[in-house]
Ligand binder design. Structure first.
Ligand code: ZN
Length: 287
């Protein structure tokens, strides 16, 4: 458990939208006992509909592979991909890399945050190099991801806190910890809010968690899975209670993808040819 939590400072305009982290006791209580949706059957049905519409999204494929390996009864056994190839050599991304990658993704596009992370890694070969660098140099390396000054300061704070508390700049120790303790550890870092923690849990620690991003939140409300008065954090606790663990990963990835592509479910109109036409939205009959 964390012993020396620094005061949490959310990135302005980013995680402040996500609300402050609550205690695990709040998470354990049933927030909406009279809102019995989604049912497990609905979750499965939406997963199946979205899967047949979009296929499994390529951008999440490597995370899914790691999840399958993690959940396998014998992780030492080879994992065979759909093409029959032995894919045991798939490398898991480090937890610290995952945390920084997720931090950089706040309030920007996937493409810009991917570029910012690649630029950071190519500018500084190790996390020790990042810690030793001037904050301005880190800022320059990640500037294409926006909010560079704040994010650079958060990254430095994470690295120095780890060195001070653990004696080395590494977050792999989280892999063996219970989810509640992982949440407590990560929420201690400034700029790390509940949604970032949930993303790290799901994508980099292969835990059964269900982050609520803007797409999941909007679709969840539109189809009646999230009670109308719920904010993002309440929606997170409600959906995590209701959605069966084994469906969380696929359903989350599919809802994010659907939220980006469906004309009906996206907030922004677009001429993007890849978008799903309104009449083919399989979520039309829900809600
Ligand atoms: Zn839709």
């Amino acid at each position: 458990m964390a012993t020396k939590c620094k005061r949490k400072v959310e990135i302005p305009g980013a995680s402040s939208k996500l609300g402050k982290p609550k205690t695990t006791a709040a998470a354990a209580a049933e927030l909406y006992p009279n809102h019995p949706r989604p049912t497990p059957e609905e979750c499965r049905s939406v997963r199946d509909h979205l899967l047949s519409l979009h296929g499994f999204p390529q951008e999440f494929a490597r995370y899914r592979k790691n999840k399958v390996i993690h959940d396998s009864p014998d992780p030492s056994k080879p994992f065979f991909g759909e093409d029959g190839s032995d894919e045991t050599i798939t490398r898991k991304e480090g937890v610290l890399d995952g945390l920084v990658r997720t931090l950089l993704s706040q309030n920007t596009t996937d493409s810009n945050s991917t570029k910012a992370f690649a630029s950071l890694k190519s500018s500084f070969p190790t996390w020790e190099d990042v810690l030793a660098a001037e904050t301005k140099c880190i800022q320059d390396a990640i500037k294409c991801g926006g909010l560079a000054a704040t994010k650079a300061s958060c990254i430095k704070n994470i690295l120095s806190s780890l060195l001070e508390k653990r004696g080395k700049i590494c977050l792999e120790y989280l892999r063996g910890m219970p989810v509640d303790e992982i949440k407590a550890e990560l929420c201690c870092f400034k700029g790390i809010g509940p949604k970032t923690v949930a993303c790290v849990l799901m994508f980099y620690l292969q835990q059964d968690d269900f982050p609520v991003d803007t797409h999941v939140f909007r679709i969840g409300k539109a189809i009646g899975w999230v009670p109308q008065g719920a904010d993002r954090e309440k929606a997170y606790h409600h959906l995590n209670k209701r959605i069966p663990n084994e469906l969380k990963f696929d359903l989350n990835c599919l809802l994010i993808t659907h939220g980006k592509l469906c004309q009906r479910c996206t907030k922004k109109g677009s001429n993007n040819q890849r978008r799903t036409p309104h009449h083919t939205c399989p979520l039309f009959n829900y809600g």
